[in-house]
Design a protein around this ligand. Structure first.
Ligand code: SAM
Length: 366
């Protein structure tokens, strides 16, 4: 047996422990009696989903079905969106609610994400390349598909993915095969080049041309000054405290002492990114804001402030779009936080250990 070595530089308080202390105090207050079970799930092995690569030539779908997985997107009857009235309430007078969102009746049939049943913690095997070198599926938190579904991309749309790397949601958006032009951005050059590699491992070259997409590494907060009122859909999947990662990995952990300033500045950065995304959407266009944290300060508070500032500073009126139809449809796959007054949140649960994922959808009034 090898004796563990204690380096002189080993931190007395590893970032994972600092993260847990921080979450215990903030989420204990925020989630109340829910927190102990969410905490156990967060500290346990997460569950993945396999985003099927519809461009792959292998019979991956059948293989996954034989293993006992199912596509959670098509598993239940497809929702007739718009049949249900939005029922959110919020104390902000500046918000108008879209009570009868006219969702299209169908989601793209190309978008499929396989999961093992509730309580089944079987792991997926790594994806294999087909004869053209394209991988059969991409492993990701299945709840990360929800912001893409909420974006409700339709044929011929132009879409901006403002913080795109490493590219899971970009890949899901491309799987829909509905987008006319996709603008993919991430301020980190190294993460952008990782994203390029991901795209080349999953998408045939003919779908990755200059006519179809653009990949950039700009600071997304500046987008509103570069390209205003342009896109039909904008995804703003912001950097956050990545709660699960922060509890399990000391490397590159935002709770390390050296990153305290960066962590404290997150809500401001998130607000600026969301405001830039709002400015980049065309009037009538829709924006989805998402994070992978439970933090109210990084979720609801950011959206509330963005809606307020968009109106006060830029004269942009926004409606919050109810995502209740999405929650209804996928409530057997994910655990959703009860009674959020703005947006929806998947909370980790031992029987369905996905998330956390927060999402909120806004529509620019014409
Ligand atoms: N959407 C990605 C996916 O599904 O794979 C995950 C995005 S991750 C949560 C947040 C990303 O925001 C990081 O890749 C980070 O490099 C990027 N980012 C941070 N600050 C940014 C900024 N000012 N502008 C654009 N991207 C930024």
């Amino acid at each position: 047996r090898v004796k563990e070595k204690w380096a002189a530089t080993q931190p007395k308080h590893p970032p994972t422990r600092l993260a847990l202390q921080h979450f215990d105090s903030s989420y204990g207050a925020q989630l109340g009696p829910l927190w102990p079970s969410v905490r156990v799930a967060l500290l346990s092995e997460r569950k993945y989903g396999a985003l099927l690569n519809s461009f792959s030539h292998d019979l991956v779908l059948e293989d996954l079905q034989v293993q006992g997985c199912r596509d959670f997107i098509s598993h239940q009857d497809r929702l007739v969106f718009g049949a249900e009235e939005g029922s959110c309430e919020v104390s902000m007078t500046s918000l108008e609610f879209l009570s009868q969102q006219q969702y299209p009746p169908q989601l793209s049939p190309h978008l499929k994400c396989f999961v093992f049943p509730r309580g089944d913690v079987t792991r997926f095997k790594p994806a294999r390349p087909d004869r053209y070198g394209l991988l059969g599926y991409y492993l990701m938190d299945a709840a990360s598909i929800l912001p893409c579904l909420a974006l409700d991309v339709q044929k011929g749309h132009t879409v901006l993915d403002l913080c795109a790397a490493p590219g899971g949601k970009t890949l899901a958006l491309l799987q829909t095969q509905l987008i006319r032009y996709l603008c993919i951005n991430d301020s980190s050059m190294s993460r952008t080049s990782r994203l390029r590699k991901v795209l080349h491992s999953y998408v045939p070259k003919q779908f990755l041309t200059d006519e179809n997409l653009r990949i950039t590494s700009f600071d997304g907060t500046m987008w509103g000054e570069m390209e205003r009122e342009t896109f039909d859909r904008v995804l703003v999947d912001v950097p956050c405290t990545t709660d699960r990662h922060s509890l399990t990995e000391d490397d590159n952990n935002i709770f390390s002492k050296s990153r305290t300033g960066e962590r404290r500045r997150l809500p401001q950065l998130q607000l600026e990114l969301l405001l830039a995304g709002i400015a980049a959407a065309r009037p009538g266009g829709e924006i989805v804001y998402s994070t992978c944290t439970l933090s109210q300060n990084q979720n609801l508070s950011v959206v509330e402030q963005a809606v307020h500032f968009a109106q006060e500073k830029h004269g942009i009126q926004l409606q919050v779009v109810s995502l209740k139809p999405l929650v209804q449809k996928f409530r057997n796959t994910f655990h959703f936080a009860p009674e959020l007054h703005l947006g929806e949140m998947v909370i980790p649960h031992l029987a369905a250990n996905f998330g956390p994922i927060y999402l909120c959808k806004l529509k620019r009034l014409p």
